[in-house]
Design a protein around this ligand. Structure first.
Ligand code: HEC
Ligand code: HEC
Length: 202
């Protein structure tokens, strides 16, 4: 009898200590309703999160939870679109650390798909020169290498990246110190050229 009681308690603990498989599926479905099926976004203001380096992803989720990264209000893009608009900060507010880490791993295992978007070839060529001089040291292979643990820039949506540049420039979003030194050197023309370079990698 005692053994049964122990087993029962262990089972109850397992149920309450982590998001169950069904809960996880529902959470992922909610993410994909904004970030696109399998984390590949069809919307220029929403980043693709498939293939995102695991620790960059979990750090981003912790920053949203701590309200240290700006999170703008967004409508759901698919599924039940009558749900009220929400923010990344609200989306992760009640999720525990283990669940956030599991989400980061789940999306890392999905293939990144470059956004199909328009770009100017001349600007892209100019952007490559800026990238190679100032960014490739940390964002290698044109900003496409997940092993850098620095986010995927190549093939990310231009609107989303433009918004990230603005958040870094205003100081609203934290960035590594050495990256800030390089970012501060960029002219507006350099930034535009970089955006076209990342968009050109499809
Ligand atoms: C209502 C729409 C919406 C939902 C739901 C949503 N997101 Fe987001 N997410 C966004 C938008 C818009 C951005 C970019 C702007 C911002 O930071 O607010 C973003 C940004 C992110 C980023 C930052 C990406 C980067 O490259 O730094 C991550 C990571 C992320 N979301 C993961 C998730 C996960 C995981 C879930 C589910 C738990 C989720 N999102 C649910 C809309 C949403
Ligand atoms: C010293 C290394 C370093 C340098 C140099 C650097 N970065 Fe970064 N960058 C990082 C790291 C690490 C991250 C991920 C962590 C974070 O978001 O704070 C990142 C994140 C980013 C992001 C956010 C991606 C996203 O998904 O939201 C952008 C955009 C970016 N870098 C652009 C640049 C550009 C453009 C340059 C060159 C002008 C540059 N970085 C130079 C290390 C660097």
């Amino acid at each position: 009898m005692r053994a049964n009681k122990y087993l029962f308690l262990t089972a109850m603990l397992a149920i309450f200590s982590a998001a169950s498989a069904t809960d996880m599926d529902a959470i992922v479905k909610g993410c994909d309703d904004c970030h696109g099926d399998n984390g590949v976004s069809q919307w220029a203001d929403v980043p693709t999160i498939a293939g995102m380096p695991e620790y960059v992803h979990s750090d981003a989720l912790f920053a949203y939870q701590d309200n240290t990264r700006p999170c703008s209000e967004s409508e759901y893009r698919q599924g039940d679109t009558s749900r009220p608009a929400t923010t990344m900060c609200e989306v992760v507010a009640d999720l525990d650390e283990a669940t956030l880490e599991e989400l980061a791993l789940k999306y890392f295992e999905l293939p990144f798909v470059a956004a199909q978007q328009e770009f100017d070839a001349g600007l892209a060529a100019a952007g490559q020169i800026v990238h190679d001089a100032k960014c490739d040291k940390c964002h290698s292979e044109g900003g496409s290498n997940p092993d850098d643990e620095a986010g995927i820039l190549a093939g990310q949506w231009m609107d989303y990246l433009a918004n990230s540049f603005a958040e870094y420039a205003s100081g609203d979003r934290e960035q590594p110190k050495k990256m800030k030194e390089k970012m501060d050197e960029l002219s507006a023309a350099d930034e535009t050229a970089l955006l076209h370079y990342y968009a050109s990698q499809q």
